[in-house]
Design a protein around this ligand. Structure first.
Ligand code: FMN
Length: 181
């Protein structure tokens, strides 16, 4: 089975995007191996930190290199993508070997896709991912699932996806599987 790496773009305990990722995991059950990227210790990017490669950076590169596809579940921050996710993608966009003139990075040629849980700004954030992910030389599957946060989730912490969202998530999962199989 192929390996799909989930990146939950919110580091918050109880994240609604993490809960959407769990729905996607169900949609992929028996069809792909799913793992979650541990990325919270990746430092703020600085070219001064690139060599020698930090263990926190090596570990995200290794996880990405081992994956056939990367699925990002992202909040919308100020009608944009979270700076923390952009920082992670900046790291992943960098050449594994800085002396290599072709500049091959761990994420190059990977299939990528994105889903978004937020209340507003989905389109603006989606457009940023749509431009950014191909720019860093990934094969972007543009079947973006967007979801609002259900009203009760703010009180009880439980994100509930609508039938429509679950259907789109299944469609997105199928598109990712088709791109890697
Ligand atoms: C810095 C910041 C900016 C935010 N900006 C937006 C926004 O533009 N649109 C929106 O719908 N929600 C916005 N929110 C609210 C988040 O969508 C909400 O916190 C959501 O729960 C984040 O996803 P998570 O549950 O996966 O952490 C913002 C939250 C933070 C912390």
């Amino acid at each position: 089975m192929k390996n799909i790496l989930f990146i939950v773009g919110s580091l918050r305990e109880g994240s609604f995007n993490h809960q959407l990722a769990q729905n996607a995991e169900k949609a992929l059950e028996g069809k792909a191996n799913v793992s979650y990227l541990d990325w919270e210790n990746v430092p703020m990017f600085s070219q001064d930190l690139e060599t020698p490669v930090l263990p926190e950076v090596q570990s995200v590169r290794d996880a990405v290199a081992a994956a056939d596809a990367i699925w990002i579940f992202s909040p919308v921050y100020n009608f944009s993508i979270p700076g923390s996710v952009k920082n992670l993608l900046d790291w992943l966009s960098r050449a594994v070997d800085l002396s290599d003139t072709t500049g091959v990075s761990a994420i190059n040629e990977k299939v990528t896709t994105v889903s978004l849980v937020a209340n507003g700004g989905h389109e603006q954030a989606a457009e940023i991912y749509r431009n950014l992910l191909p720019f860093i030389r990934t094969t972007f599957v543009d079947e973006i699932t967007t979801s609002k946060v259900n009203d009760s989730a703010w009180a009880d912490g439980k994100f509930v996806a609508t039938e429509e969202v679950l259907e789109q998530l299944t469609k997105q999962a199928e598109a990712v599987l088709a791109a890697i199989n």
